[in-house]
Design a protein around this ligand. Structure first.
Ligand SMILES: C[S@@+](CC[C@H](N)C(=O)[O-])C[C@H]1O[C@@H](n2cnc3c(N)ncnc32)[C@H](O)[C@@H]1O
Length: 362
């Protein structure tokens, strides 16, 4: 039997391109900065080596590497480039490798494309081999799925007491491990740019932190709890279900770079910041609020996009009741979530803060 701990936290994300407007926005937000980092690298021998960690299956994997390729090409028209897309075995690799040579892809002379399959919490590239490492919207997923005694919440920011302490420790260990792996892989002078969902201090919030998507996760919890009350989800399963994510504050992101001697020596900090998303920071789908049906459809698609595999594996499958299948439990869950968003557009809006970590290998 596969236990939660055996499984990666994001295996089998679904419908990625359709539901990833926010991810694409994030990647595009850094285009200029990536160009600037590549200009600072200058000409690299024998080739410019780019690795995008947690690349995903969609167009954003292309857009993550395109600015670096374009900038380098503009400076050195015939200099070789190697692009490595790195993700877990369950990524839709066929989908990605069909996009690359297509009209929105990037293949061109002197570009070698490859993949690294594994976990970015382990080594994914050779020692001192990477010039530019990127990781977008991925490193907030912890190394393993989480099962904790956590009644009253399905996500990290609302956990209290021992559950909060345990999850904070897992997140700290994972982030440290992620940085240690990249420290080995980057060559001296190379850059690491990580961006994902973040959190900011906010007095009065649970744990004093406002984390991205708080109202969305609370809406997910409210619907799951209603279903548990109606005998459609096993409450004992719900009480241990927590999404395996942690959205760091700038302070949390910085901590191991100061406290871990190896990391302190390996990296110079260029930037660590958490900022509101430049577009629609208070509601990802603010542009559709006047159309409740569309607004609800987009939010349900968004939750399915990032959360379905986790919800299916750790809530609907083990928690389905009354002889219902995981699939019909899921359909009822999404139907109720849709109704919640339709009923009061804006009430469960997804707020977004981006964490940016830009480091240079010493
Ligand atoms: C939300 S998607 C982001 C994809 C893309 N970078 C983007 O910005 O659109 C998260 C990706 O991270 C990958 N991922 C999550 N945990 C990972 C891990 N431990 N190692 C490698 N990839 C991981 C998932 O498989 C998924 O493709």
């Amino acid at each position: 039997m596969t236990t939660p701990e055996d499984r990666r936290s994001t295996e089998g994300m679904v419908d990625y391109n359709r539901n990833s407007a926010m991810q694409q926005q994030l990647v595009n937000h850094y285009a200029e900065r990536l160009g600037e980092l590549v200009r600072r690298l200058g000409r690299v021998e024998p080739e410019l080596r780019i690795v995008d960690y947690g690349c995903g299956p969609g167009q954003s994997a292309i857009e993550a590497v395109a600015p670096a390729i374009d900038t380098y090409r503009a400076q050195f028209s015939d200099a070789p480039i190697s692009v490595c897309h790195a993700d877990q075995p369950g990524n839709d690799w066929n989908g990605l490798f069909q996009l690359i040579p297509g009209p929105t892809g990037y293949t061109a002379p002197f570009i070698r494309t490859g993949a690294a399959v594994g976990s970015f919490y382990d080594r994914m590239a050779a020692e001192n081999s990477v010039d530019l490492a990127t990781c977008f919207m991925a490193s907030h997923w912890l190394s393993h799925a989480v099962s904790l005694d956590a009644p009253g919440s399905v996500w990290f920011a609302d956990l209290q007491g021992a559950a909060r302490v345990e999850m904070a420790e897992r997140a700290r260990r994972d982030w440290t491990r992620f940085l240690q792996c990249r420290a080995r892989e980057l060559r001296s002078g190379g850059f690491l740019l990580v961006s994902c969902l973040g959190a900011v201090p906010e007095a009065g919030e649970i744990n004093g932190i406002a984390a991205s998507g708080r109202a969305v996760y609370r809406a997910i919890h409210a619907v799951a709890q209603d279903m548990a009350q109606d005998g459609l989800i096993d409450k004992t399963v719900l009480d241990r279900f927590v999404f395996g994510v942690w959205f760091m504050t700038a302070r949390e992101a910085q901590a191991p770079l100061q406290s871990d001697p190896e990391l302190a020596e390996a990296f110079e900090i260029e930037e660590i910041a958490v900022v509101p998303a430049p577009r629609n920071p208070l509601d990802i789908y603010a542009d559709f609020i006047a159309d409740p049906a569309e607004y609800a459809r987009l939010y349900v698609g968004y939750v399915r996009g990032f959360g379905h595999s986790t919800l299916h594996n750790y809530l609907f499958e083990p928690g389905a009741m009354n002889g219902r299948s995981a699939e019909s439990t899921a359909e009822e869950f999404y139907r109720r979530l849709d109704a919640l968003y339709r009923a009061e557009p804006g009430k469960h809006a997804g707020e977004t803060w981006y964490l940016a970590v830009i480091l240079r290998k010493s």
